[in-house]
Design a protein around this ligand. Structure first.
Ligand code: G6P
Length: 603
């Protein structure tokens, strides 16, 4: 959030931060200039920062502020933004991730720089100061050229005290235009009560903001004539970015989440770097088994993990519900890795199951979305999912990030164990890097999913079937539908249908069949035929290239053709949308389903 104009900047910025507070954050900070810059920041809720500002108000007509969701370094006063260079003349706030963080840090340190935080953001402040030669915009341009990643950054300097400079590379950024005052924010609702006229900044653009307005240019300095967007949304719509619900917004954020989760971790040849996974190749070589534990949607992500660990590493892998594992007295050896997956990192059952690892002398690796969460503190190794705050109780984008994280992990382990050759690693890396575009394509087909939702909205029961990785996706599709549409649904391996559930398949009963895995294609077709023979209504999720499926299914939801190993990542999206649209047609409270909580911190 930023402001420049005739009013006191601090109250306007604080108000803007509070309007985005519902998205979750772990610390907050503000920098105000009245010629020289002063910074105030505090871990925890915004109210902590307000207390500081009451004691020591910051006066001035230009400023920037930020609420942080930790990525590099846990939540703390020191890690909160804004960050300054050592002179205090340049301050930066930043969303997103600088991929070449370590290289920049090493280089700055080699020249004697000292740091006051563990963040990547502080490095940006150092770089801007170092590159400054009388032109702040130019210094920011040079800093951007040195910083790889997906981010938005905002810079202010006492050397040029009338302006704020911001850059967007993937992470959102908007400018609000007032009368003799200008606002800057990561999203519209922060300033919608001040103005309805916005400049929407696009990727690889820079904007120079003054009280008189804002000039947009490319990152190379070419001017851009950006039209003003007039927003007629009300405040509630604006919070959801114009989407009807957070769940839909989060489904649509998935391509970006994949990009973020991969950022700086996967090269084109399939080499993987995982910053907080610290075990070495010798440990990996001796690994005898992988355990995965989790609850709910995270457990379903673990079902994918189990399958890909087995397939790629050729070692035993088991996923267990955390509430079961914790009481199962499991036989876990010291050469076995326990992976605990949790969006929040606070689920009580998952925390308890994760504690089993040290009791058996084995390592625990946590896959979590929340930096500094309890689970991450218990862990020996951490793989952060970088999905950003998820508001909808029904998880979508966090699940997506859990899948991507596990593909990264399996590539890392597979390379060290020699079970993934170079060609395979390169192919999987290519598939993962292409995934955001593939998901965009699936999202463009939402209308087809709406038609499927209309077909099943009045059903009493819906069944989901698939084999292997398709079964794991069937489980998640069924859970999504249950959670928000309150429609009874069950998922099972396609081959299990005939051992009981087939008795429930009668005229018109909907069965969603996920059919991407080529090695068992014919087997799933057989199950579909069993359903059709009883009058069931089959909605298939299949590749674009699958011409056979139309002869068997009543309706087909298509995904782009891809490596079967990665297909779950794309195949889950139509199922998320299906659950969403059924719930919408049934008129339910989609973001806050009855009886459910986002995070279950009791047993
Ligand atoms: C709750 C939520 C689910 C979530 C599960 C595990 O049941 O409603 O959406 O999947 O907890 O949460 P975690 O934060 O551990 O991933």
């Amino acid at each position: 959030m930023g402001y420049v104009g005739p009013q006191e900047a601090a109250p306007i910025i604080m108000d803007g931060l509070k309007r985005l507070e519902y998205r979750g954050y772990d610390s907050a900070g503000i920098a105000i200039s009245d010629g020289s810059i002063r910074v105030s920041k505090a871990e925890g809720k915004i109210v902590n920062l307000e207390v500081l500002l009451e004691a020591e108000p910051l006066a001035g007509h230009i400023g920037i502020g930020h609420t942080r969701w930790a990525t590099h370094g846990p939540p703390s006063d020191a890690n909160a933004h804004p960050h300054s260079d050592p002179s205090g003349e340049f301050v930066v706030v930043h969303n997103g991730i600088i991929e070449n963080f370590q290289d920049i840090k090493d280089e700055l340190a080699a020249h004697g720089s000292e740091f006051t935080s563990e963040t990547d953001t502080e490095l940006l402040a150092h770089l801007v100061a170092r590159e400054y030669d009388g032109d702040l915009a130019d210094a920011v341009r040079k800093t951007v050229a040195l910083s790889e990643g997906a981010y938005a950054m905002v810079v202010m300097s006492s050397r040029e005290p009338e302006k704020i400079i911001a850059v967007r590379k993937i992470s959102p950024l908007v400018i609000g235009l007032g009368e003799g005052e200008t606002f800057l924010a990561s999203d519209i609702p922060a300033v919608l009560h001040h103005t309805r006229d916005f400049l929407i900044i696009e990727d690889d653009e820079m904007v120079i903001v003054t009280a008189e307005g804002a000039s947009v240019e490319t990152i190379d300095g070419e001017p851009i004539d950006r039209e003003i967007t007039h927003i007629d949304w009300d405040a509630e719509q604006a919070e959801k970015g114009g989407y009807e619900h957070f769940m839909l917004k989060e489904i649509y954020e998935q391509p970006e989440v994949i990009t973020e989760t991969l950022a700086g971790r996967l090269s084109e040849d399939g080499t993987v770097w995982l910053e907080d996974v610290v075990f070495d190749d010798a440990y990996i070589a001796e690994l005898e088994r992988v355990w995965i534990t989790a609850c709910g949607t995270a457990y379903h992500a673990g079902l994918i993990g189990q399958e890909i660990f087995r397939r790629i590493l050729r070692i035993p892998a088991n996923v267990e519900y955390a509430h079961e594992l914790r009481y199962a007295d499991p036989i876990i050896g010291p050469r076995e890795l326990l992976i605990a997956i949790s969006q929040s990192g606070e689920t009580a059952d998952t925390l308890a199951a994760a504690r089993i690892a040290p009791d058996h002398g084995s390592r625990m690796l946590s896959v979590t979305n929340v930096v500094g969460s309890t689970l991450s503190r218990y862990a020996d190794d951490i793989l952060y999912t970088r999905a950003g705050p998820e508001i909808s109780v029904a998880s979508t984008k966090a699940y997506m990030a859990m899948l991507i994280a596990q593909y990264l992990l399996v590539l890392r382990l597979g390379a060290a164990r020699g079970t993934v050759d170079e060609a395979r690693a390169r192919a999987v890396a290519h598939g993962l890097h292409s995934m955001p575009a593939a998901i965009e394509e699936v999202l463009r087909r939402e209308d087809e999913v709406v038609a499927a939702a209309e077909r099943i909205v009045d059903a009493d029961d819906v069944y989901f079937i698939g084999r292997g990785l398709d079964y794991a996706i069937a489980m998640e599709g069924s859970l999504k539908l249950k959670e928000i549409s309150y429609l009874h649904s069950e998922a099972m391996p396609a081959g299990e249908l005939k051992h009981g559930t087939l008795a429930l398949i009668t005229e018109g009963v909907p069965v969603v069949a996920i059919i991407t895995q080529r090695s068992v294609y014919g087997k799933t077709i057989s199950a579909i035929q069993e359903v059709k023979a009883r009058g069931g209504y089959v909605i298939a999720v299949a590749y674009d290239t699958d011409t056979e499926i139309e002869r068997h299914a009543d309706m087909v939801l298509r995904i782009p053709d891809m490596d079967d190993l990665l297909a779950p990542v794309a195949a889950v999206v139509p199922l998320q949308l299906l659950a969403y649209h059924v719930a919408r047609l049934r008129g339910h409270d989609i973001d806050q389903p009855r009886n459910l909580a986002k995070s279950v911190t009791v047993e």
